[in-house]
Design a protein around this ligand. Structure first.
Ligand code: PLP
Length: 440
């Protein structure tokens, strides 16, 4: 910062921001039926807004020291893995899988036509990078009620062209990731863990995202921490991370931070491709890349959120258990959510699976909850293969996607995010009973 006076002004502005946040975002009383009970949302206080303003006043704008710190801090969460910030969880998935096609990863690089085993019950951008890279998704079913990948089907799906597994930990409940990592190791497959919905979940006491080769996270407002839009890729594999960084940053070979030159010490001494010797390394491209960088403004918010992550995860778990206790007597209507054995989920939502003989269709219940101002969501795309965008895609299905169809037809989820109060959750429980036990 330029001067003492500027520092003084900054302090004044930040103190005003604190006052502003207290005025602009007061805690509002909960009025059952009138106040919306969302499934998710930004959960923040003055800390996030102050960090954002601080970054705005610096006006660096692009990836800078806030982004560097965020990458360091999130890397620590993932057992010291390297971390690269990007502009969304979808971009993180695209970068993670595309990095595995890079010549930098050597012999094991994925090439068009190679197969990637995945599930169809979930979010589209876990699967889309497979198609976007000319690879072939192989879909296997999930088990119920955990709606996690079916291990036997996964093993059966591995054929001579299978090179990778890419699956999300659904709604914060880990799939049996140690077993999947073991299968991947045995069969020499890459494992990409989509942790977008599961930041902080553990399996065998170890963080999800640290079992596979690459992990991804999302910071969209519905997720455990937010920066508006944002995502990250994490891996212990330095070659993979070099490819991730290059693909994120236009495909460039140079890895200087924005505003920096000559990190490699030979900026004008490279000979790559058919370029003349000494061609400025800043403008040498070793990948067909994108620009998927996030800004320092996003990272500044993320840093404030990261400090609160342990509390956020604890609140999600608390809310989940309050809901679970409150609706357990409705087990004749719903299959209750179960944590995967040996896991401690970091719940994204509270899934309820309507039993086949339930006395009403799921849509009637969701419509009614919506009228009560209670938010609900589906498990995203349900069965992606039944979505219009996926008609005619190259793919294989191994076994039958029976449970995936059940997820598409009978599952929905309620919120557990830290912004929900006990009164809100109790209202949700009461309304669920009112609907389920109404005479019909
Ligand atoms: C499992 C999963 N992966 C990826 C994404 C994409 O994240 P983003 O919205 O940040 O692109 C989502 C979005 O919610 C998701 O649920």
């Amino acid at each position: 910062m330029s001067s003492g006076r500027a520092r003084e002004l900054q302090a004044q502005i930040l103190s005003l921001v604190e006052e502003y946040v207290a005025e602009a975002f007061p805690a509002k009383p909960f009025v059952p039926g009138t106040t919306h009970v969302p499934v998710a949302g930004r959960h923040f206080d003055a800390d996030e807004v102050k960090r954002l303003v601080e970054a705005s006043l610096e006006f660096w704008l692009t990836h800078g020291h806030f982004a560097d710190s965020f990458e360091d801090e999130l890397g620590k969460w993932f057992g010291g893995r390297r971390c690269r910030l990007c502009n969304s969880g979808s971009s993180a998935n695209l970068l993670a899988l595309t990095a595995l096609t890079s010549p930098l990863v050597g012999e094991r690089r994925l090439v068009p036509g190679d197969e990637v085993v995945t599930v169809a019950a979930g979010f589209p951008t876990t699967v889309n990078p497979i198609l976007q890279n000319g690879l072939v998704p192989v879909f296997v079913d999930v088990t119920l009620p955990a709606h996690c990948v079916d291990l036997a089907a996964l093993e059966e799906a591995i054929g001579p062209r299978t090179r990778a597994i890419m699956i999300a930990h659904p709604l914060g409940n880990p799939f049996a990731v140690a077993e999947v990592a073991e299968i991947a190791k045995k069969r020499d497959l890459w494992l990409v863990e989509d942790c977008c919905d599961a930041l902080g979940a553990t399996y065998d006491g170890r963080a999800v995202g640290t079992f596979g080769d690459v992990a991804t996270v999302s910071f969209y407002p519905a997720h455990h921490i937010t920066m508006g839009e944002g995502g990250a890729v994490l891996s212990a594999n330095t070659r993979v991370m070099r490819a991730v960084e290059s693909l994120r940053d236009w495909g460039r070979d140079c890895y200087c931070a924005p505003g920096k030159d000559n990190t490699c010490g030979k900026r004008f001494a490279w000979q790559l491709g058919d370029l003349p010797y000494g061609y400025d390394h800043k403008y040498i491209y070793s990948h067909i890349g994108y620009n998927l960088k996030a800004t320092d403004l996003q990272a500044a918010i993320g840093l404030a959120q990261l400090e609160k992550l342990p509390d956020f995860i604890a609140a999600r778990r608390r809310n989940f258990h309050r809901l679970r206790e409150g609706v357990k007597d409705l087990a004749d209507i719903f299959e209750m959510p179960e944590a995967t054995a040996r896991s401690d989920p970091s719940w994204f939502g509270f899934p309820l699976l309507l039993r086949a003989d339930a006395p009403f269709p799921r849509e009637d219940l969701m419509r009614w909850l919506n009228e009560q101002n209670i938010g609900t969501r589906l498990l995203f795309g349900g069965n992606l293969l039944r979505q219009p965008a996926y008609v005619g895609i190259p793919h294989r299905v191994v076994g039958r996607l029976t449970n995936t169809d059940i997820v598409a037809e009978r599952l929905f989820w309620l919120g557990v995010y830290p912004g929900l109060t006990e009164a809100m959750i109790d209202f949700v429980i009461e309304r669920l009973h009112a609907f389920c036990r109404a005479p019909r």
